[in-house]
Ligand binder design. Structure first.
Ligand code: SF4
Ligand code: SF4
Length: 194
Protein backbone atom coordinates (compact mmCIF):
# COMPACT_ATOMS: atom_id res chain seq x y z
CA UNK A 1 0.00 0.00 0.00
CA UNK A 2 1.83 3.11 -1.22
CA UNK A 3 1.53 6.21 0.88
CA UNK A 4 2.09 8.52 -2.07
CA UNK A 5 -1.15 7.45 -3.81
CA UNK A 6 -3.55 7.28 -0.93
CA UNK A 7 -7.17 7.35 -2.05
CA UNK A 8 -9.73 7.59 0.70
CA UNK A 9 -13.11 6.13 0.05
CA UNK A 10 -16.56 6.82 1.44
CA UNK A 11 -17.36 3.10 1.00
CA UNK A 12 -14.71 2.12 3.51
CA UNK A 13 -15.75 4.78 6.02
CA UNK A 14 -16.86 3.18 9.27
CA UNK A 15 -17.45 5.57 12.12
CA UNK A 16 -18.87 2.81 14.35
CA UNK A 17 -15.42 1.21 14.26
CA UNK A 18 -13.86 4.52 15.27
CA UNK A 19 -16.28 4.87 18.18
CA UNK A 20 -15.36 1.35 19.31
CA UNK A 21 -11.65 2.19 19.22
CA UNK A 22 -12.31 5.38 21.18
CA UNK A 23 -14.31 3.52 23.79
CA UNK A 24 -11.72 0.76 24.20
CA UNK A 25 -8.80 3.18 24.37
CA UNK A 26 -10.57 5.84 26.41
CA UNK A 27 -9.13 8.44 24.03
CA UNK A 28 -10.81 10.66 21.44
CA UNK A 29 -9.27 10.87 17.96
CA UNK A 30 -11.06 14.15 17.22
CA UNK A 31 -8.71 16.02 19.58
CA UNK A 32 -5.78 15.47 17.20
CA UNK A 33 -4.78 18.50 15.09
CA UNK A 34 -2.00 16.70 13.21
CA UNK A 35 1.02 18.42 14.72
CA UNK A 36 3.10 15.28 14.11
CA UNK A 37 4.90 15.29 17.49
CA UNK A 38 3.87 11.68 18.10
CA UNK A 39 5.46 10.47 14.87
CA UNK A 40 8.58 12.59 15.34
CA UNK A 41 9.33 10.71 18.58
CA UNK A 42 8.17 7.22 17.62
CA UNK A 43 11.12 4.76 17.66
CA UNK A 44 9.28 2.36 15.35
CA UNK A 45 8.26 4.97 12.80
CA UNK A 46 10.62 3.74 10.06
CA UNK A 47 9.01 0.29 10.10
CA UNK A 48 5.45 1.57 9.71
CA UNK A 49 3.56 2.29 6.48
CA UNK A 50 1.46 4.81 8.37
CA UNK A 51 3.17 6.90 11.06
CA UNK A 52 1.19 7.33 14.29
CA UNK A 53 -0.25 10.75 13.37
CA UNK A 54 -1.56 9.34 10.08
CA UNK A 55 -3.19 6.44 11.92
CA UNK A 56 -5.14 9.03 13.92
CA UNK A 57 -6.00 10.96 10.76
CA UNK A 58 -7.27 7.82 9.05
CA UNK A 59 -9.39 7.10 12.12
CA UNK A 60 -10.84 10.61 12.03
CA UNK A 61 -11.88 9.81 8.47
CA UNK A 62 -13.28 6.41 9.44
CA UNK A 63 -10.86 4.53 7.17
CA UNK A 64 -10.70 1.40 9.27
CA UNK A 65 -9.74 -0.96 6.42
CA UNK A 66 -6.65 1.04 5.61
CA UNK A 67 -5.62 1.19 9.27
CA UNK A 68 -6.06 -2.55 9.82
CA UNK A 69 -4.53 -3.57 6.48
CA UNK A 70 -1.08 -2.24 7.26
CA UNK A 71 1.49 -3.63 9.63
CA UNK A 72 1.92 -0.35 11.51
CA UNK A 73 -0.19 -1.33 14.51
CA UNK A 74 1.84 -4.53 14.96
CA UNK A 75 5.18 -2.72 14.86
CA UNK A 76 4.18 -0.37 17.66
CA UNK A 77 6.28 -1.24 20.72
CA UNK A 78 3.82 0.30 23.23
CA UNK A 79 6.59 2.56 24.49
CA UNK A 80 4.08 5.41 25.07
CA UNK A 81 6.40 8.11 23.70
CA UNK A 82 3.59 9.32 21.41
CA UNK A 83 1.18 9.58 24.33
CA UNK A 84 3.69 11.53 26.39
CA UNK A 85 4.49 13.94 23.54
CA UNK A 86 0.94 14.71 22.44
CA UNK A 87 -0.05 18.28 23.34
CA UNK A 88 -3.75 17.35 23.08
CA UNK A 89 -3.69 14.31 25.38
CA UNK A 90 -4.45 11.83 22.61
CA UNK A 91 -3.47 8.48 24.13
CA UNK A 92 -2.06 7.00 20.95
CA UNK A 93 -0.44 4.04 22.70
CA UNK A 94 -3.87 3.01 24.02
CA UNK A 95 -5.38 3.56 20.56
CA UNK A 96 -2.72 1.22 19.09
CA UNK A 97 -3.65 -1.39 21.73
CA UNK A 98 -7.34 -1.03 20.85
CA UNK A 99 -6.57 -1.37 17.14
CA UNK A 100 -4.63 -4.59 17.72
CA UNK A 101 -7.57 -5.99 19.68
CA UNK A 102 -10.02 -4.99 16.91
CA UNK A 103 -7.77 -6.47 14.23
CA UNK A 104 -7.42 -9.74 16.13
CA UNK A 105 -11.20 -9.92 16.68
CA UNK A 106 -11.96 -9.16 13.03
CA UNK A 107 -9.26 -11.11 11.23
CA UNK A 108 -7.72 -13.53 13.71
CA UNK A 109 -4.04 -14.41 13.55
CA UNK A 110 -1.85 -13.05 10.77
CA UNK A 111 1.90 -12.96 10.20
CA UNK A 112 2.08 -9.55 11.87
CA UNK A 113 -0.20 -10.53 14.71
CA UNK A 114 2.18 -13.23 15.99
CA UNK A 115 3.21 -10.60 18.49
CA UNK A 116 -0.36 -10.78 19.80
CA UNK A 117 0.01 -14.55 20.11
CA UNK A 118 3.20 -14.06 22.14
CA UNK A 119 1.36 -11.56 24.37
CA UNK A 120 -1.51 -13.99 24.87
CA UNK A 121 0.76 -16.88 25.92
CA UNK A 122 2.77 -14.53 28.13
CA UNK A 123 -0.38 -13.53 30.01
CA UNK A 124 -1.62 -17.13 30.24
CA UNK A 125 1.64 -17.98 31.97
CA UNK A 126 1.29 -15.08 34.39
CA UNK A 127 -2.25 -16.21 35.21
CA UNK A 128 -1.31 -19.85 35.66
CA UNK A 129 2.04 -19.52 37.43
CA UNK A 130 1.96 -15.99 38.81
CA UNK A 131 5.21 -15.25 36.99
CA UNK A 132 6.74 -15.80 33.60
CA UNK A 133 7.69 -19.34 32.54
CA UNK A 134 10.04 -18.81 29.61
CA UNK A 135 10.37 -22.47 28.64
CA UNK A 136 6.60 -22.84 28.28
CA UNK A 137 6.34 -19.47 26.51
CA UNK A 138 8.84 -20.55 23.84
CA UNK A 139 7.41 -24.06 23.45
CA UNK A 140 3.75 -23.01 23.18
CA UNK A 141 4.60 -20.09 20.88
CA UNK A 142 6.54 -22.35 18.51
CA UNK A 143 3.73 -24.91 18.49
CA UNK A 144 0.90 -22.43 17.94
CA UNK A 145 2.75 -20.30 15.38
CA UNK A 146 3.86 -23.37 13.40
CA UNK A 147 7.54 -22.35 13.76
CA UNK A 148 8.57 -25.49 15.60
CA UNK A 149 12.32 -24.98 15.54
CA UNK A 150 12.41 -21.21 16.03
CA UNK A 151 15.38 -20.27 18.29
CA UNK A 152 15.80 -23.95 19.10
CA UNK A 153 19.58 -23.72 19.30
CA UNK A 154 19.39 -20.91 21.84
CA UNK A 155 17.74 -23.20 24.40
CA UNK A 156 20.82 -25.14 25.59
CA UNK A 157 22.90 -21.94 25.81
CA UNK A 158 20.30 -20.20 27.95
CA UNK A 159 19.85 -23.26 30.15
CA UNK A 160 23.60 -23.59 30.73
CA UNK A 161 23.61 -19.99 31.99
CA UNK A 162 20.61 -20.55 34.24
CA UNK A 163 18.44 -18.17 32.18
CA UNK A 164 15.95 -20.85 31.14
CA UNK A 165 14.52 -23.38 33.56
CA UNK A 166 12.83 -26.65 32.70
CA UNK A 167 10.48 -26.58 35.68
CA UNK A 168 8.79 -23.73 37.41
CA UNK A 169 7.31 -22.92 40.78
CA UNK A 170 4.11 -20.98 41.16
CA UNK A 171 4.12 -17.55 42.75
CA UNK A 172 2.75 -17.81 46.29
CA UNK A 173 0.44 -14.81 45.60
CA UNK A 174 -1.28 -16.62 42.74
CA UNK A 175 -4.77 -16.04 44.18
CA UNK A 176 -4.28 -12.30 44.16
CA UNK A 177 -3.08 -12.44 40.55
CA UNK A 178 -6.15 -14.49 39.59
CA UNK A 179 -8.32 -11.84 41.23
CA UNK A 180 -6.74 -9.16 38.99
CA UNK A 181 -7.39 -11.23 35.85
CA UNK A 182 -11.03 -11.77 36.87
CA UNK A 183 -11.49 -8.05 37.42
CA UNK A 184 -10.15 -7.35 33.93
CA UNK A 185 -12.57 -9.91 32.49
CA UNK A 186 -15.47 -8.16 34.21
CA UNK A 187 -14.37 -4.83 32.73
CA UNK A 188 -14.04 -6.44 29.29
CA UNK A 189 -17.57 -7.77 29.48
CA UNK A 190 -18.74 -4.22 30.10
CA UNK A 191 -16.59 -2.97 27.18
CA UNK A 192 -14.43 -0.95 29.57
CA UNK A 193 -11.13 -2.75 29.00
CA UNK A 194 -9.21 -4.25 26.10
S1 SF4 B 1 3.65 3.60 21.59
FE1 SF4 B 1 3.87 2.76 19.53
S2 SF4 B 1 3.20 4.37 18.15
FE2 SF4 B 1 3.59 5.32 20.13
S3 SF4 B 1 5.72 6.04 20.03
FE3 SF4 B 1 5.78 4.00 20.95
S4 SF4 B 1 6.10 2.61 19.22
FE4 SF4 B 1 5.42 4.58 18.36
S1 SF4 C 1 0.96 14.46 18.86
FE1 SF4 C 1 -1.24 14.34 19.31
S2 SF4 C 1 -2.15 16.12 18.27
FE2 SF4 C 1 -0.09 15.82 17.43
S3 SF4 C 1 -0.43 14.51 15.61
FE3 SF4 C 1 0.04 13.14 17.30
S4 SF4 C 1 -1.94 12.55 18.16
FE4 SF4 C 1 -2.26 14.37 16.87
Amino acid sequence: MKNSKMTLSAETMNLDFVRKVEKLSGSSVSRCFQCGKCSAGCPMRSYMEHPPNRIVRLLQLGQFERVLAGRSIWYCASCETCTARCPNKVDLAAIMDALRKCSWDAKGASKESLVQLANKIFLENIRTYGRQYEMRLAAVFNLQSGKLLKDFMLGPKLMSKGKLKMFHQKNKNIKEIERIFRRIEELREKGEAL
